[in-house]
Design a binder for this molecule. Sequence first.
Ligand code: 5AD
Length: 433
Amino acid sequence: MCYAIPGKVEKIENNTVTVDYFGEKRKAHNELSRIAIGDYIYAQGGFVVSKISPSEAQTILSVWKETFFQLQEVDLKLSRLQLNDKNTDKKLFGILDKASQSRELSRQELLSLLELKDKPKIELFFKTANFLRQKYHKNSCCVHGIIEISNYCCRGCQYCGISYHNKKLKRYRMAKDEILQAAKEAVEVYGFKSLVLQSGEDPGYSIEELTDIVKQIKEKFPALIFISFGEIGVEGLEKLYQAGARGLLMRFETSNPQLYQKVHPEMSLENRLLHLRKAYAMGYLILTGGLIGLPGQSSEDILNDLFLAKELRAEMYSFGPFIPHPATPFSNHKPVPAEEVIKVLALARIMGDNNAKILVTSALETLSREAAKNSLLAGANSLMLNVTPLSYRPFYSIYPDRAHQSEDISAQIESTVSLLRSLGRAPTDLEAV
Ligand code: 5AD
């Protein structure tokens, strides 16, 4: 979104460019033709997204210049870690000290973090995760936009408010022109550099229609495109990659096969994992994770979910709470407290791949107004804003009362930018060289 800094290309080696941001070097993969040393570009998720004119870049950079270093200082201050063995529980001190040195924790140690009950101990756990976030990613934070293009769904996931269980829901399917218009607005008016296109599993769009939409967005409105259309088949994934999609958002929901079967009676975990593995092999960035608080789910299950996300080489971990929807078979369950979900994000930061981003989901924000801030201070470094046209948003009701449901894009951007600035975060979403 508008919270983005252009970088200057310093070096080109095959498809990899080195980009300079006020003296800091980052690497990005380039698929655009005609990129030369000295050009100014925007990059997201490791990809060069677009080139901009030197005059435009310099205007933007002059605004950022001072802020860039001020933000780094704020972040450094907020992520400082002082573990003290005098007034910390000995066992916890040992675990967090080891984690802060990026040493591997045992399963038992990881589980003990997930099961912490005492507030000050949980605080220390979150601070350690925040320290590691700063260590691996500095103050970078990425912000994606999501367009929910259809709420039709042929699946019967027991928890989901747009599944076929919800007979009364008004269904919508955006036409190609409406989707292109929403993408245009997100990219050209609001400056988003990456877009997620999401829908229920909707056979109402053919793969050809979806590829055409992705192709046209890529041609007209440069952005990194993630797809999230459910289990569209390996061939579908291939066609969409060829059309220009570069990321797949698909949660495996739970790594426990019995629980998976219980909550998705007509689906199989194997098929879901097959999509994720094949997509990674094709070159897609993988955004995946699961639901926290499913009925019957244990801490062991959640730890296994984190290991699975790591094994799947997730570029971004997407873990959020299950929130009961009244029109589903799981309507009578209770959601977990927000803090339990933040523990999972913090644990992902401690045990996950160092380069992985960790997303604050809207479902988590729905549980608590403070959740975005608290998560960003506990290891998370990624946000997703809803850029679906306002008139459709109430109908994409995967769970009730979604956070930001009726906020227009500029209001969401305003509050996000002010939150990120208050925490010293900047939008240089690339790996350091
Ligand atoms: N609560 C929270 N998240 C949900 N999702 C579906 N239903 C719910 C719910 N009731 C999530 C699923 C899916 C994503 C698009 O939405 O994890 O992968």
